[in-house]
Write a protein that binds this ligand. Structure first.
Ligand SMILES: Cc1ncc(COP(=O)(O)O)c(C=O)c1O
Length: 283
């Protein structure tokens, strides 16, 4: 079963009858729902607690009580697919069913669990350092920190990023740095790591949370930053919980090359801390 694609919808293989509710669901109509993508290595979900926390915070951001989902059952399903998959990823979506009047939600709405296990493509060369494109964020959605199903910002951002760049780094309309297309950003400057605060607009990434916890004792600053802060950095990285840490070695924009960085000891150390459990390469 390892490496295959497997889908569970409310605990079963989906049947044609599921289309009856799915096609008229609020998840499809309005993007009402949350998701997360889990790395599976050695048959285990990596950072399970953080992913559950993020799904729960996402539902709270949608003003929902947590008991719309049976969390024990969901956890069992995640582990079942991780055991089958051994190495790969599982996408978990919590989907709002049909109901309500227009945008207004009905109080007895049914929520559905959708789990999709599949292989993960690892871009080995990215762990040596990537080239990144500096671009404005295409738009700011509501509840930027939660991983809701409205991902048009990221879809447009990836269309806007020229080919040849592994990722883009975004700024908002005030020029403040937010995050990558599908990654959070950290940089090391003047003896300390920095990352945009959640209030600056990034997603509350699981990998971001893990890195913040690791760096807690040595000091890490969460704040509001401009391009100049990044240009002053010694090391820069992008991260997510599926593909770990990608060192950033070049930043380009419409004006040409904006900065170059080395893959330094601070980044190597974080890769060494996290990549073995994620089953990912070191530099
Ligand atoms: C917009 C955005 N930011 C950050 C991340 C990183 O999140 P995580 O570390 O939870 O994978 C993702 C992941 O897909 C993302 O889509």
């Amino acid at each position: 079963m390892s490496g295959q694609t497997v889908i569970l919808l409310d605990g079963h293989a989906p049947s044609p009858a599921d289309l009856d509710w799915l096609l008229v669901s609020r998840a499809l109509a309005f993007g009402e729902g949350v998701f997360t993508s889990l790395r599976v290595a050695d048959g285990q979900v990596v950072f399970l607690e953080d992913h559950l926390w993020r799904l729960q915070s996402g539902l709270q951001a949608l003003r929902l009580p947590l008991d719309v989902i049976d969390w024990m059952l969901l956890q069992q399903e995640m582990q079942q697919l991780a055991t089958q998959q051994q190495d790969g990823m599982v996408k978990v979506m919590l989907l709002a069913g049909p109901g309500g009047r227009g945008y207004q939600r009905s109080p007895d709405l049914v929520w559905h669990r959708f789990l999709h296990a599949r292989p993960l493509t690892i871009q080995s060369e990215a762990y040596q350092g990537i080239s990144c494109w500096w671009q404005p964020s295409p738009g700011i959605a509501a509840e930027t920190s939660s991983k809701h199903l409205n991902r048009l910002t990221q879809v447009l951002a990836s269309i806007n990023c020229p080919s040849g760049y592994n990722e883009a780094l975004h700024h908002d309309e005030k020029g403040q740095i937010t995050e990558g297309i599908a990654r959070n950003v950290f940089w090391f400057a003047r003896g300390c790591w920095h990352t945009p605060a959640l209030a600056a607009g990034p997603l509350a990434g699981v990998m971001r949370r893990q890195i913040l916890a690791t760096l807690q004792d040595e000091g890490v600053e969460e704040g509001f930053y401009q391009l100049q802060d990044l240009l002053d950095a010694e090391e820069v990285l992008l991260c997510n919980s599926l593909q770990g840490i990608w060192p950033v070695t070049e930043l380009h924009g419409t004006a040409g090359c904006l900065a170059r960085w080395r893959v330094g000891p601070q980044t190597r150390r974080l890769m060494a801390d996290f990549h073995p459990s994620l089953g990912l390469p070191l530099i």
